[in-house]
Design a protein around this ligand. Structure first.
Ligand code: OSB
Ligand code: MG
Length: 368
């Protein structure tokens, strides 16, 4: 695995929908991309950091600073046995898992292309298509929520997740459950509640939700364990899981019974596999989360989702749902709730260079 040079792009894409969560309203997405070059091939990745630290503590400016000042100089011009060795070259630096994931994921793609093998095979997956659900933002009222659920349910999505926040939880969930008694339905609070809200969260127990995602603080496991002991519905941890070690601590204390696994949040595919394996050893299912990625990040997520313990539908909905035009040339469209895994070497999709150049607010090359 030879890494000769690198490019970073930063672009802004308008979202096709207004996405409201307990964090606020989002109408566009800032997309950081990394392109690695080696042996005449390229490896692609997309970061999941955001301009401001709403979801976790990292920011995109911080991630790009770490890449340009630390991570890229540590790997450019070097040869590695495999992507794990690229990850190991970053291990002296703490945290910054979203930034590390950009380099590690691009290294996986580059390695897989150099080996002329699809990424899912190298990761140890066993599926040619993965089940997908959809994550719906907070709507204006209960009627609009039911309308949106009806539309996405008709499109074949196999699980629908509603964003909730204090003051907007039981009402939309009740309306949707009454309209769709058998739907796989979940909610995601993005850390908006505290233990003092236990009674409000217990009120969701009657709606047969598959799970309640990240009700409490992003950096908490202890209170989640207390809350889980008060709930019948499984808790799904998202923000709180940054590593396999976090997963072990969460599952040994029953702080959650489902894991939302985002490769960009945990530092790359190697750590994502370890999270997957720890959860599997506890008999706990994982599913692939999303961060409104463009096609490059989505393709990585789809490949990871082929591992055997991804037994619940992920948030890797059709690319066309999010953006009018994409960072890749190939469509990534689900049919009847099944997303085909891109065939071909690496992540199996190619950079739409013209589009990315046109939309880039920033582009820099390293290692020339
Ligand atoms: O909590 O899963 C989340 C989007 C951005 C940040 C956090 C989350 C989300 C989503 C959307 O729920 C998932 C997607 O469709 O990509
Ligand atoms: Mg979430």
């Amino acid at each position: 695995l030879i890494i000769e040079r690198a490019e970073i792009y930063l672009l802004r894409l308008p979202l096709k929908f207004r996405f409201e969560t307990s964090f606020g309203v989002q109408t566009e997405k800032q997309v950081p991309l990394l392109v690695l070059h080696g042996g005449g091939l390229t490896g692609l990745s997309e970061g999941v950091s955001e301009p401001l630290p709403m979801y976790r503590e990292e920011t995109t400016v911080g991630a790009l600073n770490f890449l340009t000042q630390g991570a890229l100089p540590a790997v450019l011009g070097r040869s590695f046995a495999n992507p794990e060795a690229v990850g190991a070259a970053l291990s002296a630096w703490r945290g910054n898992r979203m930034a590390k994931a950009m380099l590690e994921m691009a290294a996986w793609d580059l390695w897989a292309r150099q080996l002329e093998t699809p990424l899912w095979q190298l990761l140890g997956g066993n599926k040619t298509a993965v089940e997908v659900g959809v994550s719906l933002g907070i709507q204006a009222d209960a009627a609009a929520t039911v309308d949106s659920v009806a539309k996405h349910n008709a499109q074949g999505y196999r699980r629908i997740k509603l964003k909730i926040k204090p003051g907007w939880d039981v009402e939309p969930v009740r309306a949707v459950r009454e309209a769709f008694p058998d739907l796989h339905l979940t909610v995601d609070a993005n850390s908006a509640y505290t233990l003092a809200d236990s009674a409000q969260l217990q009120a969701l127990d009657e709606f047969k939700l598959d799970y309640i995602e990240q009700p409490l603080a992003w950096d908490d496991l202890h209170d989640h364990a207390t809350l889980q002991s008060r709930l019948k519905t499984p808790i799904c941890l998202d923000e709180s899981i940054a590593s396999a070690a976090d997963t072990r601590k969460a599952l040994t204390t029953d702080a959650g019974r489902v894991i939302n696994l985002k490769v960009g949040r945990v530092g790359g595919h190697s750590e994502a596999r370890r999270v997957h394996d720890v959860a599997q050893s506890f008999g706990v299912p994982v599913w692939c989360g999303g961060m409104l990625e463009s096609g490059i990040g989505r393709a990585h997520n789809i490949h990871l989702s082929t591992l055997p313990n991804f037994t619940k539908p992920g948030d890797t909905a059709s690319a066309s749902r999010y953006y009018a035009a994409d960072t890749i040339n190939e469509p990534l469209e689900a049919e009847n709730g099944l997303m085909p895994v891109p065939a071909g070497a690496g992540i199996g999709v190619t950079l739409n260079r013209d589009f990315v150049e046109e939309r880039a607010d920033y582009h820099e090359e390293f290692g020339l």
